[in-house]
Design a protein around this ligand. Structure first.
Ligand code: C2E
Ligand code: MG
Ligand code: MG
Length: 548
């Protein structure tokens, strides 16, 4: 029986003292309690105290107000002893609504993505972990799949329409994907524009590929964002438990490998992971380890490909191209190691190394072969390198220490730099241009050429990609594109270099459309410095003979 309650307690439960007095406390606040009726073992803290004389504390209980509403409480019940007998209990309780709300908020922040309201990476991994730890997982007939989804060109939307529009697009995408799912599917936002779906269980892999296709179709419907109709596409990588996975990260890794493959295919691709991909991943790892070693043990070298002034036919400079002189495998080409270097970040050290070698070499040639327009050197620089904090220091130091004038250095960057533009990269490029370093866009026409960005970048040269040059005499579209790039460049006050000239017919056409420079097997393949020196000597001899 309740004998007393203080005013604070009365206010919290909405009773008057008169209403409470004489009533059973725990039946009022804990109507599910059966201890008293059944004289059973304690089921709540109050019963514990009354039946066993124990102090008892409970942190997650609910008390009921007179009006039928409830609130979470933390309470402690202490026995009142009289002459060795349990005479009653004192119950102290605290309304923990705010505390619970804060706890829920923390929980939400830890496991949910606030932008889309979807579970986040941590939650997804937990769920996967739980599922894989479950006995059922060992049974052969239990199949599940993980779909890794990445929106194509999301960055472009963020950059062109702004972050608010980008956020809105992500919310819309999340809702659209959700609408394709069935109970048992878990959708999470992994990061940025990456989403993950767990399908558990599936009958076979076609369940997953069908869902992937449905999602791709649904996402292809244009989204109205402000005044624009935005088209999104998604590449999807799928891994399913045909191979026994032990760790959640293993299946995520394979889904990611499949996604990378899908991205490489481009255009709304969906790829299911297979073992060959893992083999490929292992090979990459092998290359990475060997490349690290190569960088430290001077196994890399630089080859030089002449860049010809198409008006005079003379060598104007060279493009420096990295090569790997492997002790066992022989000369290894960039297509093998540059992608691995890019992925692992080794590209930064590689770029700096090539830069120094190339600057040293061109200085030697400038001294040996002085000409009115000093020889120049083109050095490829990855976006990753350009984004390094110390990139300016490194370039300036290399120029200073090798004694090369900045105007003799031409840095080749890809069109992606324009896509991934950020203020810092922009400032870096501007600074380089200010000190006189020449900047070129390499492989122009193959990326997502954003002509609208072109004038914003301090670029002096466009290098037309080999893909156009090689078909310039056989494909109308290529010749039109090449001609347009040349005309556009000249209008914008930029120079044009044609890459990959292999035939005289191509050369004739490129001269016709007034390409300034050319590079390709027709003139010379990339060669080592000794052969390049011989080429320069040959040219000097020819010039002297002409003068006589
Ligand atoms: P890139 O900068 O576009 O270099 C031109 C590539 O085209 C070179 O391939 C060159 O050998 C090749 N090439 C030149 N003329 C012809 C031709 O007439 N016909 C054909 N079929 N190919 C021709 P390479 O040396 O294999 O380099 C491939 C790519 O690797 C380069 O493309 C560049 O993007 C990258 N790369 C090379 N060295 C470096 C480096 O030091 N740093 C960075 N970041 N990338 C590098
Ligand atoms: Mg290049
Ligand atoms: Mg190129």
């Amino acid at each position: 029986m309740t004998t007393f309650a203080n005013p604070a307690a009365l206010q919290m439960v909405g009773y008057t003292l008169e209403e409470l007095q004489g009533q059973s406390l725990y039946q009022l606040f804990n109507p599910t309690c059966v201890c008293e009726k059944q004289n059973a073992a304690a089921c709540c803290a109050i019963c514990h105290t009354l039946h066993r004389g124990e102090i008892h504390q409970i942190t997650d209980e609910v008390f009921w107000r007179q009006d039928g509403t409830s609130f979470p409480v933390e309470y402690i019940s202490t026995p009142i002893m009289e002459q060795g007998q349990i005479a009653g209990a004192v119950v102290l309780f605290r309304d923990v609504t705010e505390h619970k709300a804060a706890e829920e908020q923390l929980w939400y922040q830890a496991f949910y993505d606030s932008l889309t309201g979807l579970p986040n990476r941590t939650w997804f991994l937990k769920r996967l972990e739980q599922m894989m730890a479950h006995d059922e997982y060992d049974q052969n007939d239990h199949q599940f799949a993980v779909l890794f989804l990445d929106l194509a060109h999301f960055r472009l939307i963020n950059d062109s329409l702004g972050h608010v529009a980008g956020d809105e697009l992500l919310r819309i995408v999340a809702r659209r994907i959700e609408a394709c799912l069935r109970p048992g599917h878990l959708l999470a936002r992994f990061s940025g524009d990456e989403f993950m779906i767990l399908m558990d269980p599936i009958h076979d892999i076609t369940d997953a590929t069908t869902l992937a296709q449905t999602i791709q179709q649904v996402l292809a419907i244009p989204v109205a964002l402000y005044d624009y109709h935005v088209h999104t596409t998604a590449d999807i990588g799928i891994a399913f438990n045909s191979t026994a996975y032990v760790e959640p990260n293993d299946i995520l890794r394979d889904a990611d490998s499949a996604l990378q493959q899908a991205k490489a295919q481009g255009n709304n691709a969906c790829v299911v992971f297979d073992k060959a991909m893992r083999q490929k991943a292992l090979e990459r790892l092998h290359i990475e380890v060997a490349l690290r070693y190569a960088l430290e043990h001077d196994e890399l070298c630089v080859y030089y490909q002449p860049i010809i002034d198409l008006a005079t036919g003379h060598i104007a400079g060279f493009e420096a191209l990295a090569r790997w002189q492997h002790p066992q495998s022989g000369l290894i080409f960039p297509s093998v190691f540059i992608p691995v270097a890019e992925e692992t970040g080794l590209i930064v050290a590689l770029d700096y190394w090539v830069l120094r070698k190339a600057c040293e070499q061109i200085c030697v040639w400038q001294t040996l072969f002085p000409q009115t327009q000093p020889l120049t050197v083109n050095v490829n620089m990855s976006v990753k390198t350009l984004m390094q904090r110390d990139v300016l220091t490194q370039i300036e130091r290399t120029l200073r220490e090798t004694g090369l004038t900045p105007a003799s250095l031409k840095l080749e960057i890809t069109e992606n730099v324009m896509m991934d533009q950020n203020d810092e990269t922009m400032a870096t490029l501007q600074h380089l241009s200010d000190i006189g370093v020449h900047l070129c866009i390499d492989d122009f026409g193959t990326g997502f050429s954003s002509l609208r960005y072109l004038h914003r970048f301090p670029i002096q040269t466009l290098k037309i990609d080999r893909a156009f040059v090689s078909t310039v005499t056989s494909d109308d579209e290529s010749s039109a594109i090449t001609q347009s790039i040349a005309a556009l460049s000249h209008t914008l006050g930029k120079q044009v270099v044609a890459e990959g000239i292999e035939t005289t017919a191509q050369l004739v056409y490129l001269r016709q459309v007034q390409c300034d420079y050319g590079q390709g097997y027709l003139f010379s393949m990339p060669v080592n410095s000794t052969v390049a020196t011989a080429l320069l000597e040959g040219q000097n001899t020819a010039k002297r003979q002409q003068q006589r």
